[in-house]
Design a protein around this ligand. Structure first.
Ligand code: SF4
Length: 330
C-alpha cells in the first residue's frame, strides 16, 4: 500500500475581480491531480511558478480547503477529517517552507519553535524530557544544542532552514512536504541542506514530496518526478527517464533550459513563447496548446489529453505521445 495516495484532487479558489464583483470564477490551482508516494520515497514536483505545485503541497498538509478528491494516508482519507482527528493525523505529515526567514516566529526561541508541536501533541511529559528532545533534534540537523535559547534573527538562512527541519522532525512524521526548501539559500548552502534531508531520510525512513523549480536539484534527490502545468500533471516518471527521455513537450522544454542537468545529452534549447496563462480561464483542450511548439489543431485545442502510461512506469498527458500498448505494459 502506498504511504500517500492522492486521487482526483481539486483545489479551486474564488477569483477576486474587485470589491464589488459578484463573478463566480475560480482559480483552478490544482485540477484533478492523482499520484502516490511510497514509504521512504522522494517524489519531486516541478513546474513554473503559478502551476499549482505549492498549493498541492499545502493541500496535502491540509493548509488549504479542498474542493474535491481524496488524500489517502496509510489508507485513511485526510480530506474527510477535521477537528481533533485531523490535528492528531497532522503529526504524520509535516511541511518545510521555502522562506526560512518568514516561516519562524521571530518572537519565539528556537527551543519553543521546535517544541511547539511536541507540546500540541503532548509528546513530552517533563521539562527535562522536553529539553533533551530539543537538544537531540538540534544535533540531528547539525546545530549546536546550546542554540536552543536563541532567536531566529541570530541565525543565517541555512541555519534557519535547519531549525525549520528540526521543527518538522519533532513529531516524527512519515512524510514531509518540502516546499522549495533551498530556493532562498546560497548555492553553497543548498547542497548542505539537500545532503541533510537525504541523511535524515536514510536514518528515519521519511518520505518527501520535494517541490522545486530547479530540475538539477529535483533529479538529485528524487526517485520519481512529477511535472505540473496550470494545475494539471503532464508527466510522471522515474527521475532518470524524465531527465534523459522526457515525453511531454512541456517537460522537454523545461529540460532543454537546464543543460547542466545531463551534460552527456546534447539537446536543442526549446524556448516557449508567452507566459503561463491564467488558471482562472485556462485554455481549452490541452492547457499547454497556446505555447506548445508541436500542437496539432484542432485536436489539441478541443480535446484535453489524459495522463496515460507511455512507457514502463512513465505517464504523460499528450495526444502525440503513443500510449504503451496494453500487452507491453508492466
Ligand atoms: Fe502539445 Fe497537443 Fe501534446 Fe498538448 S496535447 S502537449 S498541445 S502536442
Amino acid at each position: 500500500m502506498p504511504l500517500l495516495d492522492v486521487k482526483n484532487l481539486k483545489v479551486y479558489f474564488p477569483a477576486k475581480h474587485g470589491a464589488f464583483s459578484r463573478a463566480r470564477d475560480f482559480v483552478k490551482a490544482v485540477d484533478d491531480v492523482s499520484f502516490t508516494i511510497a514509504p521512504g520515497e522522494t517524489l519531486g514536483l516541478v513546474g513554473e511558478s503559478g502551476c499549482g505545485k505549492t498549493t498541492l503541497g499545502r493541500a496535502i498538509v491540509r493548509l488549504v480547503e479542498l474542493t474535491a478528491g481524496s488524500i489517502l494516508f496509510e489508507g485513511e482519507n485526510l480530506a474527510q477529517l477535521n477537528g481533533a482527528t485531523l490535528r492528531a493525523r497532522r503529526r504524520n505529515v509535516q511541511m518545510i517552507f521555502q522562506d526560512p526567514y518568514g516561516s519562524l516566529n521571530p518572537r519565539m526561541t528556537v527551543a519553543d519553535i521546535i517544541a511547539e508541536a511536541l507540546d500540541i501533541h503532548g509528546l513530552v511529559d517533563t521539562q527535562s524530557a522536553r529539553q533533551k528532545q530539543i537538544a537531540e533534534l538540534l544535533q540531528a540537523v547539525g546545530l549546536d544544542a546550546a542554540y536552543a535559547q536563541r532567536y531566529p534573527h541570530e541565525f543565517s538562512g541555512g541555519q534557519r532552514q535547519r531549525i525549520g527541519i528540526a521543527r518538522a522532525l519533532a513529531v516524527e512524521p512519515k512524510l514531509i512536504v518540502c516546499d522549495e526548501p533551498v530556493s532562498a539559500l546560497d548555492v553553497s548552502v543548498q547542497a548542505q541542506i539537500i545532503n541533510l534531508l537525504q541523511d535524515l531520510q536514510q536514518e528515519r525512513g521519511i518520505a518527501y514530496l520535494f517541490i522545486a523549480h530547479d530540475l538539477a536539484v529535483v533529479e538529485h534527490i528524487s526517485r520519481r518526478v512529477m511535472v505540473m502545468y496550470l494545475g494539471k500533471v503532464v508527466e510522471l516518471a522515474e527521475a532518470k527517464a524524465i531527465i534523459q527521455a522526457p515525453k511531454h513537450p512541456y517537460t522537454q522544454a523545461l529540460i532543454s533550459a537546464v543543460p547542466e542537468v545531463d551534460p552527456d545529452t546534447k539537446r536543442k534549447r526549446i524556448v516557449l513563447s508567452g507566459d503561463v496563462p491564467s488558471p482562472i480561464r485556462p485554455p481549452s483542450g490541452c492547457r499547454f496548446h497556446p505555447r506548445c511548439p508541436v500542437a496539432e489543431y484542432p485536436r489539441c485545442q478541443t480535446e484535453a489529453p489524459e495522463l496515460r502510461q507511455v512507457a514502463a512506469r512513465h505517464g504523460a498527458a499528450c495526444h502525440l505521445v503513443k500510449p504503451l500498448s496494453f500487452a507491453g505494459s508492466d
